[in-house]
Write a protein that binds this ligand. Structure first.
Ligand code: G6P
Length: 611
């Protein structure tokens, strides 16, 4: 969702903030703005991307050594210059940036209107700016306590940063449901909604928790609860590097991240896949392995691509460990009749570790006594911190909005977890484990093999660049990959695409197939080979344009398909780690041909922190 950056120290604040907003732009990019204090508060904001803000800021004098900035993903009020953050009250003495949603903004707004406040836009955030101002003007509360009192009246979620003309030595921040961290420097401090904008200045960070506020000055910070209880916070050391969040010679982050996958999967397995000892070691699950293996059922909750990884996990846990698994959209789980209890285990999967619905599902499950495990990419994220135990994917920062390397890393973790469970439940013998370990170990090299020559995929992408629809079919482990392939194409190229279990095609989608319909068939699993060939024939009989993903050994598929993308052979249960890659590339090249903004597709946000 939206991104926040703030700075206070000796540098030129606007430089730090604008650069930071560019790094955060993957979170939201329909408008952006900055406010700095230099005698007075100076605000520049504009509809569009951060680059537009940068050139506009050049034309205005936004010098000063403290300020706040924001990149917006609209929830309330269309994206335009007025609704862009920062927002001010009537006097213009306070400026505020906000992530999240103020749910009772309408009631608050009416009340403020009765008191004479005039609003310029439609956002919930502007209401909060006026509310802070009203409290400050009408009471003897200082800056900090005016913000605090306003927040006590607010329902909903927020990560906020506020500045006040008469207190140019401090920024007030607060968090409830929207991530915010403080970067600790030498005589300078930073704030940001994730670490990417501050990594080049400092690696020391303090994570704010829900219900916490902080006063930030150039010399220090003081964190307290909304009820004025002072807190001592742990300072964490960031592990990511600046290089990891730059494009490294690739035209897009997405392509860079696709090409990183042999490394990220290897990183994900390092120290966990113990080849010589023929076992899996997941340190993050120490002490909970037995409980997981004995769970009445495992519920996997996630959103988007992470939900697709969860679906692959379902097949893996069932096949390798004979454990019952249900996979839920986190957003649906919350509103279902809650039948989860302490006999169950929930696994939440989230790249960002901040997705609001996934976090809410986690909290609901914990409230009902279930143990909750996490599979997260962002170290120190809210979900990672709130789960009882978990495993990091260690895929490094994922900047492209369409998730790629995080997906394969999540599936790698799920594969290792399922193998671990298979040993615990005695489903996997020593010999079989040896085979699985060897196969999993071979995956990074096989991905490298796929990435060595992408010319076939580029050629197919050229042919189908202007297709209005796509159908993706898969069976078993590759049914979720069909869903993921279709999602990738939709997300970045805006082509309508649907993923289906191959056999279900006969129950509807087959009516859509004619000579204009590209059908991508993911046929790489041996045990469904014959059935997939039948599906291929059904498509061909209706003149569909057939693109197959098959493995080296499946000559049958290659012979029947109009186009064939070959991947190296691997154990059936690990094929999603390979089949996902050509589908990511296909959607990438199509989107590039269509001149779409691959890394920042319209309307999408990398991290969805509103419900
Ligand atoms: C957004 C992103 C997707 C992601 C989903 C879940 O929709 O655009 O790429 O899969 O959120 O995010 P999470 O961070 O929880 O994996």
């Amino acid at each position: 969702m939206c991104g926040i950056v703030g700075y206070i120290g000796n540098r030129v604040a606007s430089e730090v903030i604008l650069k930071g907003l560019q790094r955060l732009e993957y979170r939201g990019y329909d408008s952006a703005g900055i406010a700095v204090i230099n005698d007075d508060i100076k605000i520049v904001k504009v509809k569009g991307k951060v680059n537009m803000l940068v050139s506009l800021a050049d034309d205005h004098n936004v010098s000063g050594h403290m300020g706040i900035g924001h990149t917006r993903w609209a929830t309330h009020g269309e994206p335009n210059d007025v609704n862009a953050h920062p927002h001010t009250g009537a006097t213009g003495k306070f400026a505020l940036v906000h992530n999240g949603i103020i749910e009772n903004y309408d009631v608050l707004r009416q009340d403020l209107e009765q008191k004479g406040h005039m609003f310029t836009g439609e956002t919930d955030t502007e209401v909060l700016a006026h509310l802070i101002e009203e409290i400050h003007e009408m009471s003897d509360h200082d800056f900090f306590h005016s913000v605090q009192q306003a927040l006590l009246q607010v329902e909903g979620t927020y990560g906020i940063a506020v500045i006040h003309k008469d207190n140019p030595d401090r920024i007030i921040v607060a968090r409830k449901g929207s991530p915010l961290l403080i970067g600790v420097g030498e005589n300078e401090h930073f704030i940001a909604s994730d670490a990417s904008p501050i990594i080049e200045y400092t690696k020391k960070v303090v994570y704010l928790e829900d219900g916490e506020m902080a006063v930030i000055t150039s010399d220090g910070y003081e964190v307290s609860t909304l009820k004025d209880v002072l807190l001592t916070k742990e300072v964490h050391e960031l592990a990511m590097s600046l290089e990891q969040i730059e494009k490294g010679g690739f035209p897009h982050f997405m392509l860079k991240e696709i090409f990183e996958q042999s490394d990220t999967i290897a990183d994900c397995m390092r120290g966990r896949l113990m080849v010589h000892e023929n076992r899996i070691q997941l340190g993050g699950l120490d002490g909970v392995v037995e409980k997981l293996a004995n769970a009445r059922r495992v519920i996997i909750a996630a959103c988007g691509t992470s939900w697709h990884a969860g679906l692959v996990g379902e097949y893996l846990f069932e096949y390798l460990a004979h454990m019952p698994v249900e996979v839920e959209y986190a957003s649906e789980f919350r509103y279902r009749q809650q039948l989860i209890d302490e006999r169950d285990v929930m696994i939440v999967i989230s790249q960002s570790g901040e997705t609001a619905d996934t976090l809410a599902a986690l909290r609901e499950a914990k409230k009902r006594g279930a143990m909750v495990l996490g599979i997260c990419n962002v170290v120190g994220s809210t979900i990672a911190r709130e789960t009882d135990a978990g495993v990091y994917t260690h895929a490094g920062p994922e900047i492209g909005v369409a998730s790629t390397k995080a997906f394969t890393a999540q599936v790698t973790i799920l594969t290792m977890m399922a193998m671990l469970m298979g040993r615990e439940t005695n489903v996997i013998s020593d010999d079989y484990m040896r085979k699985l370990v060897k196969e999993l170990r071979s995956v990074p090299a096989k991905i490298e093999e796929i990435l060595k020559d992408t010319s076939d995929i580029e050629a197919i992408a050229r042919l189908f660049t202007y297709a209005p629809n796509f159908l993706y079919l898969g069976r078993s482990y590759n049914f979720p990959v069909a869903l993921e392939g279709a999602l990738k194409l939709k997300e970045i190229s805006y082509i309508h695409a649907e993923g289906y279990p191959a056999a279900e095609m006969k129950h509807g989608p087959i009516a859509l197939i004619d000579e204009h319909m590209p059908v991508v068939v993911i046929a790489a699993t041996d045990h469904t080979n014959d059935k997939m060939i039948s599906n291929i024939e059904e498509v061909r009989a209706r003149k569909g344009r057939l693109i197959a993903i098959s493995s080296d050994g499946q000559s049958g598929v290659a012979r029947h398909a109009e186009f064939n993308i070959t991947i190296p052979e691997v154990h059936d249960c690990m094929t999603p780690l390979l089949t996902a890659v050509p589908l990511q590339l296909l959607s990438y090249y199509i989107a590039v041909n269509r001149k779409c903004d691959v890394d920042q597709p319209r309307n999408l946000a990398k991290s969805v922190t509103v419900e």
